[in-house]
Design a protein around this ligand. Structure first.
Ligand code: TXE
Length: 500
């Protein structure tokens, strides 16, 4: 690894990772491995074990034992908070290393990866406070003979399945909150981006998390992921990924043991721009919202819904901005738009671009791969003259592709914004408070931004309306999600007899 030189380069040899059970890294041994190629460089960077069903059972047993003997949930909030705080500090210390492997496996720009890792440390620091402040309720109004308590208890063993677009960020939007609640974890990262999840498991042990509380099994979704969904000794499943697999998660819960579920699924998120907005800010926000993380972002602002009077101007401004965005080697500090993470995703995005052209949309910019001599890159692409029924306006593309849809009235803007099966996120750009509040109230989305986009932090919850998911992660809501509520009735004094 050439991590310390001024200019980063991929490692000369791929790094071997073990999976993680009961506080220890387990080498691949005789197991098959995934050899991961860097999407930005085309060379092999990591080797990850393909775990077996027996490995998964071992991980679930470890998490189960750690939960049942209360080695974690039985600690007081102060002790749990101390571990989470130490983990945050260790993440900050190792930020360059984590960002390096994240960039190599995912293809995102190194500067972005580093910023995300800083945000992840912040998640741990914030969640440490929640480990101490999580509490229930009491009812002192039930009469002199009765006192009522509502307690929150950790759900148990949580299966955590994460995708490849933000391998470390999405993980850290969940792990510290799950641990703050007192639950234990069996994580299954995406098979193409497992490295940083495995690094986090080691960090948590070093921070003092008891063995068995954080386990990581690696392998494909169809084998290990599905086995985790079906596992009868897992109490809750948190899944982030496609809506198609989300359906399988719900089915598996019904088939196995009615696991509690948290789901964060797809999005087709509107960016509504009114003529009275600061159009320079709006154009910058729209360009950022569609091209950040190469648009491989569940909250990507992929539909520009713009007031007709300024539609052409705003479209040109977005095009001019995107023309200046730097598409390049993900390890280069100057790069703003990196590689497309998987071959399959690359084909999907290029397929949608062809579909957009065939459907009669007007290509404003992009529309083709960028040849950098290695890796896979796609130029940020804008389609105008899009109508709401076109596939590029309806389906999640998960790439740097923006569709422009004009509107004339506030009602029409809201109708177009809501004309989707999804409801993950939305942005509105206007200087008129009435329009901003009306749109915020009536557009169905779990996350909303006014005169900004893709802003976030550990305090505010995330999750979706409609087919974008169930439940919320992060914030106080994120900890409560991993608890269940118990109501306790306490009789005071002598019972009035049922049988005299
Ligand atoms: O996701 P999958 P894919 C969307 C996006 C993208 C599409 C496909 O539109 O183009 O999904 O991406 C695990 N049982 N999003 O195919 O398959 C898998 O190993 C259990 C939106 O990569 O949903 C990985 O860990 N697990 C999204 C995780 O599910 C299974 C993020 C996500 O992979 C499984 C990613 C199974 N049967 C893609 N099959 C978002 N909302 O952020 C797969 N997995």
């Amino acid at each position: 690894m050439d991590q310390n030189s001024t200019r980063l380069s991929p490692p000369a040899e791929p790094r071997d990772f073990g999976f993680y059970v009961d506080g220890k890294s387990v080498p691949a041994g005789e197991r098959d491995v995934f050899l991961r190629n860097s999407p930005g460089h085309g060379c092999p960077v990591t080797r990850i074990p393909k775990c077996t069903a027996a490995d998964l059972d071992r991980a679930v047993d470890a998490a189960r034992a750690a939960f049942e003997d209360r080695r974690w949930s039985g600690l007081n909030g102060q002790a749990r908070a101390a571990v989470l705080l130490r983990a945050g500090a260790l993440i900050r210390e190792r930020a360059d290393e984590i960002a390096y492997w994240e960039t190599l496996e995912n293809g995102k720009p190194i500067s972005q990866a580093r910023a995300e890792v800083g945000g992840c440390a912040d998640m741990f620091e914030y969640a440490s406070g929640l480990a101490r402040s999580l509490h229930g309720d009491s009812f002192n109004n039930l009469g002199d003979g009765m006192f009522g308590l509502v307690t929150r208890e950790p759900v148990g063993v949580v299966g955590l399945i994460t995708p490849w677009n933000f391998p470390f960020l999405i993980l850290c939007e969940r792990v510290p909150y799950i641990l703050a609640s007192g639950c234990t974890i069996v994580a299954k990262p995406s098979e193409v981006t497992s490295a940083t999840t495995l690094i986090l498991a080691g960090i948590l042990t070093e921070a003092g998390l008891p063995d068995g509380c954080m386990n990581v099994v690696t392998g494909s979704g169809a084998t290990i992921g599905q086995a985790l969904l079906d596992h009868p000794r897992v109490d809750m499943l948190s899944f982030t990924g496609s809506t198609a697999v989300g359906r399988r998660v719900v089915e598996a819960s019904g088939r196995s043991n009615f696991k509690k579920l948290g789901l964060e699924l797809g999005g087709k998120n509107p960016q509504i721009v009114f003529a009275d907005a600061d159009l320079e800010d709006a154009a910058d926000g729209v360009a950022f919202g569609m091209a950040f993380n190469t648009g491989q972002c569940c909250v990507s602002g992929s539909r520009l819904i713009v007031e007709r009077a300024v539609a052409d101007d705003v479209t040109q401004m977005v095009r001019d901005k995107l023309a200046r965005a730097v598409v390049g080697d993900p390890l280069d500090e100057a790069t703003q738009i990196g590689a497309i993470t998987t071959d399959a995703q690359n084909s999907t995005i290029l397929g949608y671009i062809e579909k957009g052209k065939a459907e009669g949309a007007r290509l404003v910019c992009g529309g083709e791969p960028v040849d950098l001599g290695q890796g896979q890159f796609i130029a940020p692409t804008v389609f105008a003259d899009v109508t709401p029924e076109m596939a590029i306006a309806r389906e999640e593309i998960f790439g740097p592709v923006l569709t422009v849809l004009p509107f004339d009235t506030v009602d029409e803007a809201i109708t177009i914004a809501n004309d989707t099966e999804y409801g993950l996120a939305a942005s509105v750009w206007t200087k008129n408070i009435d329009k901003a509040l009306t749109v915020t109230r009536r557009v169905q989305a779990g996350r909303f931004w006014v005169n900004t986009t893709l802003a976030g932090g550990p305090e505010l919850p995330l999750g979706g309306f409609k087919q974008s998911g169930w439940g919320r992660e992060a914030g106080i809501y994120g900890v409560e999600e991993y608890t269940q509520v118990k109501s306790v009735h306490i009789e005071i004094g002598k019972r009035s007899p049922w049988i005299a």
